[in-house]
Design a protein around this ligand. Structure first.
Ligand code: FAD
Ligand code: DLZ
Ligand code: SF4
Length: 505
């Protein structure tokens, strides 16, 4: 008898484990469903990207001779849920079992676990082998370790993949070349132009569907630039390697008004949806180094993001869920301010990042971490609200990768499982890494008062408010020494400015 093989919207790769042993007579099911499109109110571009990529992938499978059932969102009998669509498919298709690849979110994974019982059919949930590390490997690595630092896990991944290795030694004699990275942009620096993507009929139809059915979701569809096929994603990867990779490391942390991508790869949405695989990206980058096209600091930094950070956050998510999402170490209670949606704030750095996010469902790492993330940390925004915002607004957002980055790295709600200390910083950091402050109505050099940069007094107020939880952190010694140097009057001015500002949110 035949199998029903379910492919989820972020499993768009012919090498996915659920397709590894398809035989004639099997049916592949893909479904656009209301429940997945609205469990949070995803950015319009995220839905458009996935629906168009799903439709193109289904068409490719059909061209390759597979038997595919594709359910569109507007199909009359669409039940609105993945379970409903599996059940409906089984009414017409006589299957002796269901095959799928484990899904990327706890929410849906917990649901799929019960399908076997609910359907009275075996459900074979296969490992997702699109990652460099297995979840078991991560668990074994994490076992008995007091602290789970990414850097050590990354070295294991370098050894496992052989990327930038000379036998047992790292290429260039060091594992990490960040001392050569993190530069601010030289005056007049112009980031490389990006190739634009032409929309075919399928994408045009999806864009219309999304505008009609999700008009109240955040974001604009005006400048939709996502590739929606593997070929288009590969072309964007090539173009990144060719034009952006050489400067990737140096300006990885830089930000500038109107520069929405700088030298970043923009591959996360493709990687997370399956259009690209991590090793092919890293091998292309390594090749560029070997050919002398890109320097080691850039290539090592880039590869570390993928086989280091990306693998590490996934391991941590599955190791710690579901309790992980419930923690609130700093007892943050403030509502998410409206300007995270509207961009309407005098803080130019935030309005720029929100604009980029609104226009492209994209912001690069430092914009996410040190602008919107840092503000949420300093202002004490409720973890649930800020986590949901990040899950909504980025085209690459799935909980397995979004949650550790937001909850752990950006707002320290996990109390230090992921990062050894909070990524809190004052306006001085943003000023060093960007030109945002030049166009801001606040003054980054003023410390308190109505014209002072809010990041600056909020930073000291944050340390003051959270002293009990943070002072004993070994890596916070210096900042608390600086806090201790502030006299009574200065502290009063900081607290007053912070209170006045926070009361307006
Ligand atoms: P590049 O800067 O070109 O980096 C290359 C690749 O490395 C990325 O495509 C990504 O796959 C990987 N990568 C880099 N940093 C990380 C990281 N910290 N964790 C995991 N992978 C990483 N990334 C997501 O894919 N989805 C998310 O929902 C997400 N949410 C985030 C939320 C916050 C608060 C923060 C601080 C970071 C988040 N990241 C997330 C990580 C990172 O910001 C994005 O992967 C990156 O900005 C995507 O752009 P890019 O492809 O141009 O990346
Ligand atoms: C994100 C998303 C959206 C917007 N829509 C669908 C969909 O209609 N059908 C589908 O199969 N998957 C969709 N997805 C991706 C899923 O939400 C994703 O597979 C799970 O969250 C697990 O990562
Ligand atoms: Fe942001 Fe402060 Fe700079 Fe304004 S002055 S852009 S609020 S860091």
């Amino acid at each position: 008898m035949a199998k029903l093989r379910l492919i989820l919207g972020d499993q768009l790769n012919t090498k996915i484990s659920s397709l590894s042993d398809v035989v004639e007579g099997d049916l592949i099911l893909m479904a656009e469903v209301w429940d997945e499109a609205t469990y949070v109110r995803h950015h319009k571009q995220k839905i458009a990207f996935l629906f168009s990529a799903m439709r193109h992938f289904a068409a490719q499978l059909e061209d390759d001779g597979y038997n595919v059932c594709y359910v569109k969102l507007d199909d009359e009998d669409n039940t609105g849920s993945l379970f409903g669509e599996v059940k409906r498919a089984l009414e017409d298709f006589d299957a002796d079992g269901i095959v799928t690849t484990e899904c990327g979110e706890w929410r849906l994974a917990s649901d799929i676990k019960h399908w076997e019982e609910k359907l009275g059919l075996p459900v074979d949930i296969r490992e997702d082998d699109r990652f460099v590390s297995t979840l078991k490997e991560f668990r074994d690595w994490a076992e008995d370790r007091k602290s789970l630092r990414m850097e050590f896990f990354y070295r294991e991944m370098r050894r496992k993949t052989g990327l930038l290795m000379n036998g047992d030694d790292p290429e260039g004699g060091e594992w990490n070349f960040d001392s050569e990275n993190r530069k601010s942009l030289p005056k007049g620096y112009k980031a490389p132009d990006r190739k634009s993507v032409r929309h075919d009929g399928v994408t045009k139809e999806v864009l219309k569907l999304v505008e009609d059915r999700f008009s109240d979701h955040f974001g604009s569809l005006e400048d939709f630039q996502y590739g929606v096929t593997r070929d288009q994603a590969l072309r964007q990867l090539d173009s990144f390697i060719e034009t952006c990779l050489p400067d990737f490391g140096a300006y990885q942390d830089a930000m500038a008004t109107g520069e929405d991508y700088l030298n970043h790869s923009l591959v996360s949405a493709y990687l997370n949806a399956g259009l690209l695989l991590p090793m092919e990206i890293c091998e292309a980058a390594e090749e560029a180094y070997k050919e002398g096209h890109a320097p080691l600091n850039a290539v090592e930094g880039f590869i570390r993001q993928i086989i280091g950070w990306r693998e590490y956050v996934r391991g941590l998510y599955w190791l710690k869920m579901p309790d992980y999402a419930q923690t609130n170490y700093l007892n943050a209670r403030r509502k998410l301010p409206d300007f995270y949606w509207t961009g309407e704030t005098d803080m130019h750095c935030i309005s720029e990042v929100v604009r980029n996010t609104h226009d492209h469902a994209y912001a690069h790492h430092i914009q996410r971490l040190m602008v919107t993330g840092n503000f949420a940390l300093l202002a004490g925004i409720k973890p649930k609200e800020i986590n949901e915002w990040y899950l909504i607004v980025y085209a690459d957002a799935y909980e397995w990768v979004q949650l550790p980055n937001t909850h752990g790295m950006a707002i320290f709600a996990d109390g230090g499982m992921m990062g050894s200390k909070p990524y809190a910083s004052s306006g001085a950091y943003i000023n060093r890494m960007s030109n945002y402050c030049k166009s801001c109505r606040y003054s980054v050099s003023k410390k308190t008062g109505d014209d002072a940069c809010p990041f600056s007094y909020l930073y000291w107020d944050f340390l003051d408010r959270n002293e009990k939880k943070l002072r004993n952190n070994g890596r916070m010694g210096l900042v608390f020494k600086n806090l201790d140097r502030k006299d009574k009057d200065e502290m009063k001015a900081i607290r007053d400015s912070a209170k006045k500002f926070l009361d307006t949110l």
